[in-house]
Design a protein around this ligand. Structure first.
Ligand code: HEC
Ligand code: HEC
Length: 277
């Protein structure tokens, strides 16, 4: 008898839970897409909510708010490039942080589609081929690429000292002697170029350190660009009006076609490599 009561209680709870978690047609009054099955709804629950980004042990400034504020300004600042190209030239907010082009193209075509930076803080491997494994280090690539920003670490540290010295000083302690050193640095250059390679090792080290700090500020900003509380998340959380009928139908196809074999986490990605043939 006691056992039965417990069973009824459990069944009751399960019923209440599924009742409130599968709100689609019941609450919107349309049966056009059919009800979610329990299995479908369980799959939806695997795709939301998005947790906070994982800790980044390679970046001491990852969750430093002032670093993120400075990173935000730097991301949009064309003065970091002698050609006036910023990160945001290709990662444009109005295009979901990409550029709307088949392949990225500023100073020359880069032969790859510009990825979004939304949720980039979650990925173990960055860029299409996974060539970068930390967010802050990734940012050095476009800065020093002659096809993208056509800039260099010497150019960038000087530009940041000229325009953001106070902000930078509030975030980290700058290398000793830096206050007088940076003004004497050549205007541009990176490893492999004479202007940088001819500098004494202590100057090279100081430049690298300040450059890394700048990249870490940019990464701290990128960590804030996440897709949490997107319409899909609100829908899964119980707001049945968050997705249109077309979107709900699309999601049903997505599940029935087993797209979530690979697009199977709140990032809609398994963060793995697949040979799609
Ligand atoms: C010329 C256009 C262009 C510029 C400028 C540019 N990017 Fe990108 N970005 C791309 C392209 C193209 C990719 C894909 C690269 C690849 O696969 O090698 C990419 C990839 C990325 C990724 C990887 C995303 C992921 O999920 O793997 C991040 C992060 C990123 N860019 C940040 C930046 C930052 C920060 C800057 C400025 C310092 C910047 N980008 C400047 C075009 C650009
Ligand atoms: C076997 C694993 C797998 C399955 C199943 C799969 N995808 Fe993908 N999907 C990928 C991979 C890998 C990429 C990246 C493709 C590339 O690099 O060219 C991708 C890319 C995409 C993109 C482009 C994302 C972007 O940011 O540019 C979309 C959209 C997409 N898939 C939708 C779907 C849909 C819809 C289905 C179901 C009909 C599906 N995928 C099934 C692995 C898969």
């Amino acid at each position: 008898m006691y056992k039965h009561l417990v069973m009824m209680l459990v069944v009751g709870l399960v019923w209440v839970r599924t009742g409130s978690m599968a709100p689609v047609e019941a609450q919107t009054g349309t049966a056009a897409t059919g009800e979610w099955t329990a299995a479908e709804w369980a799959k939806a629950r695997r795709l939301s909510p998005l947790p906070p980004p994982p800790r980044d042990a390679t970046n001491a400034l990852a969750d430093h708010d002032k670093a993120a504020e400075l990173g935000h300004l730097l991301f949009f600042d064309p003065r970091l490039s002698p050609h006036g190209v910023s990160c945001a030239t290709c990662h444009r907010p109005e295009c979901g942080m990409t550029d709307g082009l088949p392949v990225g193209h500023t100073l020359a075509p880069v032969h790859r589609n510009t990825m979004t930076i939304v949720n980039s803080a979650y990925y173990r491997w960055l860029t299409w081929d996974g060539a970068r494994d930390s967010l802050w280090h990734q940012a050095a690539g476009p800065i020093e690429s002659p096809k993208e920003m056509g800039s260099s670490r010497l150019y960038v540290v000087r530009a940041v000292m000229q325009h953001y010295e106070q902000a930078l000083k509030q975030i980290v302690e700058l290398p000793s002697g830096w206050a007088s050193m940076w003004r004497q640095l050549p205007p541009a250059g990176q490893p492999g170029e004479a202007a940088f390679d001819r500098l004494p090792p202590d100057r090279q080290a100081a430049v690298n350190r300040v450059f890394a700090t700048i990249l870490k500020c940019i990464a701290a900003y990128e960590r804030k660009i996440v897709s949490a509380a997107a319409p899909f998340d609100r829908y899964v959380a119980g707001d049945s009006t968050a997705l249109s009928l077309a979107s709900r139908r699309g999601f049903q196809h997505f599940l029935r076609l087993a797209c979530d074999t690979c697009h199977n986490t709140p990032l809609f990605s398994d963060d793995e490599f697949h040979n799609l043939g």
